[in-house]
Design a protein around this ligand. Structure first.
Ligand code: ARG
Length: 463
């Protein structure tokens, strides 16, 4: 296809360069945004008398028809085109003749692509936040049913202190809540309109940038045209938010992988969300979680791609920037796909409280509570720590737990111990006792759940 910019050139582009240069194979994902942006632009041109208003209306309605045709599959995007912007303009010109050639007045692909990508990302952010909300609702749902489900909390992957499944899962809720905020912040920062920046230095036509910005749902036109066409901070910020969300999903996935193992067996995945082995008949593998963990590498790579691409390019637009889209799209697709499978996987997973409780009974996770018992009876903490350390050593030697150790053994180490120590180190009591803001006590976790329900999970109109 002859290039729209062919005037200055005396030769056809080498076909290998044409393929190398073309971005239509991926930027066609933004056809909707591209056409919407063009409709706003041409309406402004007509309103301002830059082109004939009748022509502007004709162009706008033909652009809408092109959009409908692509949506309905009546028009396929030509893979030979240089990019989506050229494709739409060429199609328009084919349909309207020389009237179509007026669309690109007072505009460049540089401001065009910048506006397209921002609009595209705004929509994806809305969708991703919707998915994150579902994930949070799912975690909250499981938490609410497991306020009393005692399990060991870990440090260094060693059993440390008693918590509940609810407390554990609500930690992830906080992470995903922050992720949502990061996406909202990214949306807010990027919601200025580059349209009208032109190639780099705006234009001499009396354009109305406020009008197009408003029409396209932006807060304002961007304040500097060079920045308008070369700013890709929002891509970095989006991919950064996506990368961190993936890291959180990956940490959760890693825990599920561990919890599915026979060594833990805290959870059993539904058959629809696990896979078998081609040789070992007994296997049930948590492939979803492993894939999420693996795909996190892609998201981190996308972020690195963008930062590296940007770091050395001078103002304003450079073709390097065409590389932004594949990284951004890959992050969008990866994150959305992961969210779409992890939510039903969690919803259908069966947690096994008995195994969590059994794990809690081994590992002396009530040792701190045992020391605290002595502290409450007046012993300085460091001394109490020493006493309980010796008690644990005794238990290890005789193969019993603190709960099973006879009272005489306790009293050998300190006469402050009385029979009520067994109550003080009972795991349920240990958890109930931690009724502090942010703590694992059912009451404290319920408060946290209520806060989440009244904020993040509240339908928008009720907020
Ligand atoms: N396909 C290009 C991109 O994605 C559009 C902008 C082209 N601008 C240019 N001056 N060649 O960046």
């Amino acid at each position: 296809m002859a290039k729209l910019w062919k005037g200055r050139f005396s030769k056809e582009l080498d076909s290998r360069v044409n393929d190398f240069n073309s971005s239509v194979s991926f930027d066609s994902a933004m056809y909707r945004e591209d056409i919407t942006g063009s409709i706003a632009h041409v309406s402004m041109l007509g309103r301002q008398g830059i082109i004939d208003d009748g022509d502007a209306k004709k162009i706008a309605s033909e652009l809408a028809a092109i959009l409908g045709d692509i949506d309905e599959g009546r028009l396929t995007i030509d893979r030979e085109a240089e990019d989506i912007h050229m494709f739409v303009e060429e199609e328009l010109t084919e349909r309207l003749g020389s009237t179509g050639k007026k669309l690109h007045t007072a505009r460049s692909r540089n401001d065009q692509v910048a506006v397209d990508l921002r609009m595209y990302l705004r929509k994806r952010i809305d969708e991703i936040c919707g998915e994150l909300r579902k994930l949070i609702a799912t975690l909250v749902g499981i938490a609410e049913k497991n306020l009393e489900t005692v399990m060991p909390g870990y440090t260094h992957l060693q059993r440390a202190q008693p918590i509940t499944l609810a407390h554990h899962l609500m930690a992830y809720v906080e992470m995903f809540k922050r992720d949502m905020t990061r996406f909202f912040n990214c949306f807010e920062l990027m919601n200025v309109c580059p349209l009208g920046s032109g190639a780099l230095a705006t234009t001499t036509y009396p354009i109305d940038r406020e009008y197009t910005a408003k029409m396209l749902g932006f807060d304002a036109p961007c304040a500097n045209s060079l920045d308008g066409v070369s700013d890709r901070d929002y891509c970095v910020e989006f991919c950064s938010a996506a990368a961190l969300t993936m890291v959180h999903l990956s940490r959760l996935s890693e825990e599920i992988v561990l919890w599915c193992s026979w060594e833990f067996k805290f959870v059993e995945l539904d058959d629809a969300y696990a896979t078998g082995s081609s040789i070992m008949p007994q296997k049930k593998n948590p492939d979803i979680c492993e894939l999420i963990r693996g795909k996190t590498g892609r998201a981190l790579g996308d972020l690195t791609t963008l930062l590296t691409m940007l770091k050395g390019i001078p103002l304003a637009y450079n073709k390097d920037m065409q590389e932004d889209k594949e990284a951004v799209f890959d992050s969008v697709d990866t994150l959305k796909q992961c969210l779409s499978v992890i939510v039903p996987m969690l919803e259908t997973a069966k947690f096994i409280p008995a195994n969590m409780a059994a794990a809690g009974r081994r590992g002396f996770i009530n040792a701190t509570d045992c020391a605290d018992y002595l502290v409450k009876k007046g012993m300085p903490f460091r001394d109490a720590y020493g006493v309980v350390g010796r008690l644990v050593a005794k238990c290890v030697e005789s193969g019993v737990t603190l709960d099973e150790l006879p009272i005489d053994d306790y009293r050998e180490e300190s006469v402050l111990f009385e029979k009520d120590v067994y109550e003080a180190i009972d795991l349920v009591n240990c958890v109930r006792g931690r009724n502090v803001v942010g703590g694992p006590a059912p009451q404290a976790v319920q408060k946290h759940i209520d806060t989440i329900k009244n904020t993040v999970l509240k339908p928008l109109e009720e907020k």
